[in-house]
Design a protein around this ligand. Structure first.
Ligand SMILES: Nc1ncnc2c1ncn2[C@@H]1O[C@H](COP(=O)(O)OP(=O)(O)OP(=O)(O)O)[C@@H](O)[C@H]1O
Length: 411
């Protein structure tokens, strides 16, 4: 809404997002032209009474003034609760067309992007209380892992990132084929192979919140549905250790009975545990996490009386993409070496590559060897320690032992 005052126009915009950043520490200096800092100040950082000027182009300026007032209740689409005041901008009337048609739309667009970028994502977990029933409690999601710092075969990484992008930008596709806008991933692999890191990278890549559901605390499908309804439209629904989660209500006893047998089956699938029979250690079994990316549509939970709450949601057959998080490969090792030691090439690379083809070591273990433990540690000593550990594991394996024992003992 613009009001006329002599040769000047005034325009008022309401900021409809929670402020982030502490405006008090920012000086209300002249904002320079079009840079993001100007929009940042304007949209997020100004405190009540502060002024900032923004140059449209040489000789043409908008003077902005921050107010703490809330939007009128009739203002549509603006939440009173989350408002952080308004900004009034004053400019010469001769620039009115430019301000209205070019400047303001750009400020709105850039401001919206900034708000989204500056938004703190959250990780939710479900809690069950006698007073409120099942509900979500949350903490800030601050996992720093991204696809840039996730060591894995670049081709596989690209495939996963492309898949995520396709999902994220798939609005028209999902509408056209009449499918709910969601996608399920089954992540599986031994502990320490990077499942949590992958989930964090996905959340950071998509800029989604994470809802980590503990299905054993959910007693019925109705309860689960209530929880899912309370999730935000752009979210990752995460169910870790689905083998345990499936062990819910009626299935629990039967499952326990079959536990030993299942371990053996899992061990058979993973190959290297094949001859271990009862010696299969739970810590080395493959663990599985289900990740459901969700946009807009509610997840449909079908009634599954015999399998317990959520089994329809997490049954592996329902997953669109299976991602195996395996042991460290040569490509994964090379990206770790770059990340941890800042080396692209080294005389020990070939030896490590060869040994990794022979023995299985998790990325977490490799990363630990590549982490300098003192100021004397240099790439040479870290890589030599890794080669030594791999050689010991290979020797143990050759003698019929468990190569993972060496790694576990040493770490
Ligand atoms: N691909 C990877 N790139 C970089 N670091 C990794 C990778 N995988 C694992 N790590 C490092 O190893 C450690 C363990 O990884 P993570 O927790 O992601 O494994 P996980 O498979 O989820 O283990 P668990 O099944 O026990 O939960 C973390 O400190 C992580 O930084």
């Amino acid at each position: 809404m613009a009001t006329r005052s002599r040769a000047y126009e005034e325009i008022k915009v309401y900021i409809s997002a929670t402020c982030s950043g502490n405006g008090r520490h920012l000086r209300a200096e002249t904002a320079s032209g079009r840079d993001a800092a100007a929009v940042d100040k304007l949209v997020l950082s100004l405190v009540d009474g502060e002024k900032v000027s923004d140059q449209l182009f040489p000789g043409a300026t908008v003077w902005w003034h921050a107010h703490a007032d809330e939007p009128p209740s009739a203002t549509r689409g603006i939440s009173r609760r989350s408002g952080c005041g308004s900004r009034s901008g004053r400019y010469h009337e001769r620039y009115h067309a430019f301000v209205k048609d070019t400047y303001l739309p750009r400020i709105r667009r850039e401001g919206r992007e900034l708000i989204v970028k500056g938004r703190q994502r959250k990780i939710f977990t479900n809690i069950c209380s006698v007073y409120t029933g099942s509900t979500w409690s949350h903490a800030l999601f601050e996992h720093s892992k991204t696809f840039t710092t996730l060591a894995m075969d670049p081709a596989r990484k690209k495939e996963i990132m492309d898949d995520l992008d396709k999902f994220k930008n798939g609005k028209e596709y999902y509408a056209r084929v009449g499918k709910a806008w969601k996608r399920g991933y089954l992540l599986y692999g031994p502990p320490g192979t990077g499942k949590s890191s992958m989930i964090a990278s996905m959340a950071n890549h998509l800029d989604y919140d994470i809802y980590d559901i503990e299905l054993t605390s959910v007693h019925s499908n109705a309860e689960l549905r209530k929880l899912l309804i309370k999730t935000t439209p752009k979210s990752i629904i995460l169910i870790e250790d689905i083998d345990c989660s499936l062990d819910l209500t009626g299935a629990r006893k039967k499952k326990k009975k079959n536990e030993r047998q299942r371990r053996l089956v899992d061990a058979g699938r993973t190959g290297h545990h094949q001859q271990q029979s009862d010696a299969v250690r739970p810590a080395q079994r493959h663990r599985r996490a289900v990740v459901v990316l969700r946009r807009r549509e509610d997840l449909r939970v079908h009634h599954q009386p015999r399998r317990g709450a959520g089994s329809a949601l997490i049954r592996p057959g329902r997953m669109d993409k299976h991602i195996e998080m395996g042991y460290c490969c040569t490509e994964g090792f090379k990206s770790l070496a770059k990340m941890y030691l800042d080396v692209d090439a080294h005389r020990l690379f070939d030896a490590v590559g060869e040994l990794l083809r022979e023995v299985e070591m998790t990325i977490a273990n490799v990363a630990e060897y590549l982490t300098p433990k003192s100021s004397e540690d240099i790439p040479d000593s870290c890589l030599a320690a890794l080669v030594k550990a791999l050689e010991e594991a290979a020797a143990k394996k050759a003698n019929g032992g468990n190569e993972h024992d060496v790694q576990d003992d040493e770490q």
